[in-house]
Design a protein around this ligand. Sequence first.
Ligand SMILES: [Zn+2]
Length: 230
Amino acid sequence: MAGAAAVIPTLAPLAPVEATAQGWAPVAMTSALERHPGPGGTMSPDMSLQPATAGGESHGPPALDSLTKASRLADDLARLASTRSEAMAAGAPDAAMTRDGASFVKPTTGTLTSSAGPRWGSTHYGLDIANRIGTPIFAVADGVVIDSGPASGFGLWVRIRHQDGSISIYGHIDRSLVKRGQTVRAGDRIALMGNRGQSTGSHLHLEIRDEGGTKLDPQTWLRKRGISVE
Ligand SMILES: [Zn+2]
């Protein structure tokens, strides 16, 4: 009971913060999902709330808080549907969305030929997916293109910095479809698969770095975000 009593005085500095941190996402998702306070009435929540999102950013009186949350979730759902349909229309094999609304897309189609790990006496930090030259390659997440052009070893590459500071790297590409400084969304076509640089056949070499530059296992990184590359 001591623990429960400590939570009741909402002005206590620590308890509300912890409760919010632990309970926020599921509560927000559930209440927003079940309420559907869409102005359209008969329309589905994502359809009816989609047009309102552009104007919904600047004002947020407390009374509109739950509506704003619902609107945000509906926007996320609409965005996932749009990301998924756009990505799949463009040929991307899979798309997913995490609980905070970020979209992730499988970078290309083909055969997984190498995962990250020891290879040929050194460490391979990439995820290799082989397919024909010219196979479209998609941004795995929203971000900004920080490199597009020649790169040692990779032949030609695209690098994208994402909102959390992580970076995705697409190597050995045949052609880049983006420019440095360009903003891209998850699922945008950014390059065509190739065989440039130190490469023994047409494939995508995907690397992921965290915000500190540490090389991560791309397969694990994608799996944690709902994208399976097997
Ligand atoms: Zn590779």
